[in-house]
Design a binder for this molecule. Structure first.
Ligand SMILES: [Zn+2]
Length: 300
């Protein structure tokens, strides 16, 4: 099943926000939010916090990209005691002024292109460098205990970025994996996201494939359950292999990184992929072409 509307997704988890930028809320005795979305979710987050009188204990960051940490400014205001959790690599990246500046500029650009303001209202962007601070660094196998038998297990899943982690919700068996899960385009197409390393991206997907999952919470395309979740991971691996091969072929034909990026842009920027702003889509494509050019020599 494909769940593409906000609401309950498993016994302890629900989707807040919009399908394109969900924040997943997990509730045990304590509560945690998976990812912080983009800055323009602010009015919606305010509503959610007010409706439930929500007291948030944790924000679990899957990776350091602008559309997963942009909402941290408003969340710090709404839940000043919430502990922000991320990998060691995310912690290092998010403490850099240059990274903050980029995150802010991408959110500013996003506010216009996503047009969320028309849907949910607008407020001034609230994001200070210190809002991006990671308060608790986690590594492979660490557990965030929410009480009442509910917990989130940390799995390092690099490949989309070096800092990517996935959180496995127990006992629900739902995995929240950020963009490392690939982008759901259709039943047999998953957009590749190996913007940091192709080999690590494939390794991470294979690691996820071995887990016994009831559902996967995608970063921008809702939730897939049971067979659809299994098929998605399998398809993500196949599509990444095909994408790698296609880029390798263009490189072998002597085309430049820029030329290949444009060829791929025309081929792939359509349908549900249009939910992503053009600039971010192009940056990701170019990163993948660079990855292939770097890693193809080491492919065995
Ligand atoms: Zn990302």
């Amino acid at each position: 099943m494909w769940i593409n509307q906000p609401g309950q997704i498993s016994e302890h988890a629900s989707m807040l926000g919009s399908m394109a930028f969900p924040c997943y809320l997990i509730k045990g005795e304590r509560s945690a939010l998976i990812d912080a979305g983009i800055t323009s979710l602010a009015p919606l987050l305010r509503q959610e916090f007010a409706r439930d009188k929500l007291i948030l204990n944790y924000v679990l960051v899957t990776h350091s990209h602008f559309d997963h940490v942009g909402g941290l400014g408003v969340i710090r205001e709404l839940a000043p005691r919430a502990i922000v959790v991320g990998s060691a690599k995310a912690t290092a990246l998010l403490s850099k002024r240059k990274v903050y500046d980029f995150i802010l500029s991408m959110n500013r650009a996003g506010e216009e292109s996503y047009q969320l303001a028309n849907l949910i209202g607008q407020e001034q962007i609230r994001l200070q460098p210190d809002d991006l601070r990671v308060d608790r660094v986690v590594g492979q196998g660490d557990v965030i205990d929410l009480g009442q038998g509910v917990s989130l297990e940390v799995h390092l899943t690099p490949g989309h970025t070096k800092c990517s982690v996935s959180y496995l919700l127990k006992p629900d068996r739902v995995l929240f994996g950020g963009d490392g899960l690939g982008a759901h385009l259709s039943a047999d197409q998953v957009g590749s996201q190996f913007t940091s390393s192709y080999h690590k991206y494939i390794d991470s997907l294979r690691k996820i494939q071995k887990m016994d999952l009831a559902a996967i919470g995608l970063p921008h395309q809702g939730v897939l359950t049971e067979n659809d979740a299994d098929r998605h991971i399998k398809t993500a691996i196949r599509c990444a292999e095909e994408h790698f091969a296609a880029i390798s072929q263009e490189l072998a034909d002597g085309k430049s990184v820029k030329e290949i990026t444009e060829i791929l842009f025309d081929r792939h920027y359509k349908g549900i992929a249009l939910m992503e702003p053009e600039k971010a889509f192009r940056i990701n494509l170019q990163a993948m072409v660079n990855v292939v050019s770097k890693e193809q020599s080491t492919q065995g």
